[in-house]
Design a protein around this ligand. Structure first.
Ligand code: FAD
Length: 468
């Protein structure tokens, strides 16, 4: 392997290559450590070198050289993925897209940009240009790239109104480079986008994206307190269903999450407070206030446009999605989490059933999500971690009850997804990456089509611990 690495590096010596071991190690890690299971398995993983292309032509050059020398390539946006998506399990090359950060074109309802631009910078450019913004973003808006969001994420702030990234219309076009002797550039729209979106860069490298936009607003961010958890759930569901009230975020934190883990919120709540976080469009505030005044169980304790807190909480969306886990981990390192889908029509019963069965070992954190025209909930539940066996049991309790778990303690696409082959992604990988060099170890069905999913997949070429 070392000869092949040296040959690939020599071929790419004129590009921006990182040589420092500490920087290579840092560029080989993402937020995999959120999971105690992944931390155990992947902590030692590191690339052999890091290269930072400046444009698509350099991406092609890198893929061509690495193909010629059989060197694996794992692409990196900002490395904020929490499933170990950007970890180079077999070493080789990490291709870091930080220089590919141009916003190329903005039109009414759409933006065209390079993959390495940060979500916040896409929004800033669109707002400046014509008062527009992305329909949805990961709560890592300030640090994550748009390419990484599309290849490794699923949805987030905005998904309560617009659905998930995988829903038709939420990505307009992707331009992709293949990993072949002569890399090809292909463009996907509509149905074909699913071949490469959320594929962890295992079957092509996205070099340009075209995304839909919505009007930008100065969203009013709020916290609403409830004594009763299920009342908070009903309030949030009904609000998300109000057709005339425009929201960008609606989430629920079971007590005592807000009190125990949200440091700046703590002085304003009790241990028994269940908290709802919201982003509401300013023109919807009259409707919102009428809606809330009809529900005396709800108390608005914070409004970003009328704030009397001595220390403001910062952006409310940075309490939601996977930021909840981050805040909990900072206070209590033994906390971990699950990603659950509480689907229509039994979502409310399932939420209540899981709470009866598992709280306080598992505390609900729910995000309102639009799916097929209905409001459902994504759960990013906080789990008090004891052992891997117990964590697996908790997953099974959810699955047996009918709640789908996207297991964040697994590093493969299938185990972190719907536990089944995505035929479109696999078929495209066969054409686009015939040697299996792109982000190896992340697509089980490429390595082992007969895998049973009974136990966690162990990638046979995962770097051995002794090499760390
Ligand atoms: P990376 O982590 O660098 O990459 C993600 C995956 O995409 C990797 O497999 C990588 O190889 C691949 N990739 C990157 N760029 C390309 C490319 N150009 N072509 C092909 N493959 C590529 N996720 C959500 O969906 N919603 C959330 O709300 C959310 N909140 C989060 C909150 C926290 C605190 C944390 C730590 C994570 C959260 N995540 C969330 C996960 C992650 O932050 C997002 O998915 C993020 O958008 C990933 O972007 P990135 O630039 O960091 O990608």
């Amino acid at each position: 392997m070392q000869d092949r690495i040296a040959a690939a590096k020599a071929a790419l010596a004129h590009l921006d290559i990182e040589e420092k071991d500490s920087a290579i190690k840092a560029a080989s890690r993402d937020f995999f450590w959120y999971s105690p299971v992944l931390k155990d398995r992947l902590d030692h993983v590191t690339a052999d070198f890091v290269v930072r292309p400046r444009n698509e032509a350099e991406v092609i050059e890198i893929l061509k050289a690495c193909y010629a020398h059989d060197v694996p390539v794992t692409t990196r946006g900002s490395g904020t993925g929490n499933y170990g998506q950007a970890m180079p399990l077999e070493g080789g090359c990490v291709m870091h897209l930080r220089h590919m950060d141009k916003v190329r074109e903005i039109q009414p309802g759409r933006v065209i940009c390079e993959p390495g631009v940060l979500l916040k910078d896409v929004d800033a450019a669109c707002k400046d240009h014509s008062g527009q913004e992305l329909r949805m973003f990961s709560s890592t808006w300030a640090t994550a790239t748009i390419g990484g969001f599309i290849a490794g994420g699923s949805g987030g702030v905005g998904s309560c109104t617009w659905g998930s990234l995988r829903d038709l219309g939420n990505i307009i076009r992707l331009r992709v480079v293949t990993m072949e002797a002569e890399p090809r550039v292909v463009e996907f729209r509509g149905e074909e986008i699913a071949r490469v979106s959320h594929a962890y860069g295992t079957n092509g490298i996205i070099t340009e994206v075209e995304m839909p936009l919505a009007p930008a607003y100065d969203w009013v961010e709020m916290f609403v307190a409830f004594d009763n958890f299920m009342e908070a759930v009903h309030y949030t569901e009904q609000l998300a269903k109000e057709d005339g009230i425009l929201i960008k975020l609606a989430n629920i934190f079971e007590a005592p999450v807000a009190h125990d883990y949200f440091q700046r919120v703590k002085p304003h709540v009790d241990p028994g407070t269940n908290l709802v976080g919201l982003m509401v469009a300013p023109q919807s505030m009259d409707g919102f206030q009428t809606f809330t005044s009809r529900r005396p169980e709800a108390t608005v304790i914070y409004r970003s446009d009328d704030n009397n807190w001595e220390r403001g909480p910062g952006p409310v969306f940075e309490y939601g999605w996977n930021h909840t886990t981050l805040r909990a981990l900072k206070v209590d390192p033994s906390v971990t989490y699950l990603q659950v889908r509480f689907g229509y029509p039994n979502h409310i019963e399932l939420i209540e059933q899981m709470r009866d069965a598992l709280s306080p070992e598992v505390l609900h954190h729910l995000e309102a999500l639009r799916e097929n025209g209905k409001v459902i909930f994504a759960g990013l539940s906080l789990v008090k971690f004891t052992t891997e066996e117990r964590l697996n049991e908790i997953v099974k309790i959810h699955e047996d009850a009918g709640a789908m778990v996207f297991n964040p303690h697994r590093y493969t696409l299938e185990e972190g997804g719907r536990q089944s082959v995505d035929d479109r992604q696999l078929a495209f990988k066969k054409e686009s990456d015939p040697k299996g060099l792109l982000n190896p170890g992340k697509m089980i069905t490429w390595d082992d089509p007969d895998f049973s999913f009974d136990d966690m997949y162990a990638y046979p070429k995962l770097q051995p611990l002794t090499e760390a």
